[in-house]
Design a protein around this ligand. Sequence first.
Ligand code: GLV
Ligand code: MN
Ligand code: MN
Ligand code: MN
Length: 400
Amino acid sequence: MTPNSERFLSDLHQLRTFGAAGVGKGVIRPAYSDADIAARAWLADRMRAAGLTVQQDPVGNLFGLAEGRSLLLGSHSDSQPEGGWLDGALGVIAALEIARTCRENGRPAVSVVSFQDEEGRFGVTTGSAVWSGQIDLSLADTLTDHDGVTFAEARAPLAAGAGDFVDPAQFTGFVEMHIEQGPALDVADEQIGVVTDIVGIRDMRLTFDGRQNHAGTTPMQLRRDAFQAVSAFNTAINGRFQHVVSPRTVWTIGHVALHPNASSIVPGRATFSMQWRDGDADRLARMEAIIRTTAQEVADTGGLGLSFGPLLGLEPVAMDAALRTALEAAAERVAPGRWRAMPSGALHDATNVARLLPVAMLFVPSIKGISHAFDEDTDEDDLVAGLSVLARAVTDLDQD
Ligand code: GLV
Ligand code: MN
Ligand code: MN
Ligand code: MN
């Protein structure tokens, strides 16, 4: 079975036009934005043209279903607020091309999915988290984005015309192709990564409540400055984490909202995101304890209020051994000596789907390791190598 690499690349570039950012190949296609919804309508047409039955569920996960039992391939087609053209899109379009090729060849049965809100506008991989039962829909509906829009509000226009949740029992497994989003393959000039396991993540919003006041007249010692509290918290946890972390541990304050966010006003409130990731769930728990204690100490010292949002998270997961073996054998045939087994530091829908099905993932290189940025890119020959590995693995699994 030989997938059509020109058709694959053409569709990949076509998907990029939805939300094209005008900066390099970047895209702005966050979950439920007009660009995301238009991209999903286009994808649904492509799925139908490939002979698949389209079903969009109440949260916007878009499936193209083969008849009977099938292997599920896919990823997500929403983007970060500033994203690259391949993060998620690659896995969806590769899945489409493999499903199309399989139908042209008469077998095996392959279905396609594009999950919704993988990039966490509302939570952490929200669409696949709801589909897999990782979080209840009623809880997901209460989650808000940084502008206070709820998940329920965002999905309401789609939910009206949606079908049911797709029954996972029809699938034999799930394979997600993705860009690496880090530098390991590019630095080593390798073409394929076969994922061993995906890290765990915790994500929480914190709010310091101080006293809004005049920036010219309020003496420094009388201030209850919410931004100063964020700054002190950041410095303190960086020091305290050193006793707990491993070289693979990462943590990020990626979003800060100051109120009212003006040069001449001592900020009265600061809400910020705190996210941390590691392969060891115990370490994630120890970090959570440090975060809570440190934030409370900073608040007490500065006379500020403190509140914590819900703690969201996903546990570390290992990939299925049999699917992994099939990907490794295919990688060795397509790119002899130029592939490796490796962990994923990025999060993926595969983590949630692992609750329901055997899952595996393969990576292709990210040039200079850049992702979640407009200049994310991958050499065309590496994109095609990844497609070939996926095609071979799907064929081999069918013969087992
Ligand atoms: C998903 O894109 C992540 O943040 O790892
Ligand atoms: Mn992704
Ligand atoms: Mn991403
Ligand atoms: Mn290369």
